[in-house]
Design a protein around this ligand. Structure first.
Ligand code: ZN
Length: 108
């Protein structure tokens, strides 16, 4: 009956809906479907509603738009306005360098 009470510091893990990478909450951006405001980016992570997470990486956002992953994760159909707002947010994100390979062609 002993519960395995691992009293270690628990870092909440979230999964990016595009690449399925799990990470601690901080490096993922929360998107929430709130009752009042519809689907929007929730940088504070505090809005009530169904949430989904994407890496702070433009490529994951683009992937999510293409595959309708957001619609599935949030169980809704995003309006054009909502998608436009999310795209605008994605545009502000850096395109992270791909891990491994891709030799830098910085030969000025
Ligand atoms: Zn991702």
């Amino acid at each position: 009956m002993a519960k395995t009470a691992a009293r270690r510091r628990h870092v909440p893990q979230r999964t990016c809906i595009a690449c399925r990478r799990t990470d601690s909450k901080r490096t993922l951006v929360r998107i929430v479907r709130s009752k009042e405001q519809g689907v929007l980016v929730d940088p504070t992570g505090k809005l009530a509603g169904r949430g989904a997470y994407l890496c702070a990486d433009k490529t994951c956002w683009n992937k999510a738009f293409k595959s309708n992953a957001l619609n599935r994760a949030l169980k809704t159909t995003l309006t054009e306005d909502e998608v436009a707002a999310l795209r605008a947010y994605a545009d502000s994100l850096p395109e992270l360098p791909v891990e491994q390979d891709e030799p830098a062609l910085a030969d000025a």
